[in-house]
Design a binder for this molecule. Structure first.
Ligand SMILES: [Zn+2]
Length: 173
């Protein structure tokens, strides 16, 4: 049985003066950073929620609570590796991921390929299966005033039932 499932994820972080932003595990140079208990990586955090949602699992806040000192300053990439292991344990594989990063600054376009490539590398999937888009908010609301950055993500995953994979007629128990 092959079952296809999808999940949606969202994250937002306030932007404050700092030495650069983490997006998809890549440091984007500049004079801003995300205010966060963790590394404030909106791309990875929203992707994790999309993947957990597709699995029918807990959400990122339940799995990695920000009240737990173990997750203080933790890299999004490390959390994503843990979610990758959860997918494998449950016999899921990723079909594709798509993200929309919304911010006035920094501009995402020059970093898109590097961010997508890094996410693909962390998850060990082809980089063609990771897509990113950058959008501005046309100066509207807190995002438009440059006070925050947000990201929407969707994940499509496939469940492979191991009991009906290949010629296992002698392994029925
Ligand atoms: Zn976050």
């Amino acid at each position: 049985m092959i079952k296809i499932r999808s999940g949606v994820g969202y994250d937002i972080h306030r932007l404050v003066p700092g030495a650069g932003l983490m997006l998809g595990g890549i440091r984007i140079p500049g004079n801003l950073k995300a205010e966060a208990h963790s590394d404030g990586d909106v791309v990875i955090h929203s992707l994790i929620d999309a993947l957990l949602g597709a699995m029918g699992g807990p959400d990122i806040g339940e799995l990695f609570p920000d009240s737990d000192p173990a997750y203080k300053g933790i890299a999004g990439a490390e959390l994503l590796r843990r979610v990758k292991a959860m997918l494998a344990e449950r016999n899921f594989e990723i079909m594709n991921l798509d993200c929309v990063i919304v911010a006035e600054a920094p501009k995402i376009a020059p970093f898109k390929a590097e961010i997508a490539g890094n996410i693909a590398a962390i998850l060990a999937i082809p980089k063609e299966d990771v897509n990113l888009k950058g959008k501005s908010k046309e100066k509207l609301d807190a995002i438009g005033r440059g006070e925050a950055i947000e990201c929407f993500s969707i994940a499509m995953i496939r469940y492979k039932n191991p009991s009906v994979s290949v010629c296992d007629s002698d392994s029925k128990t």
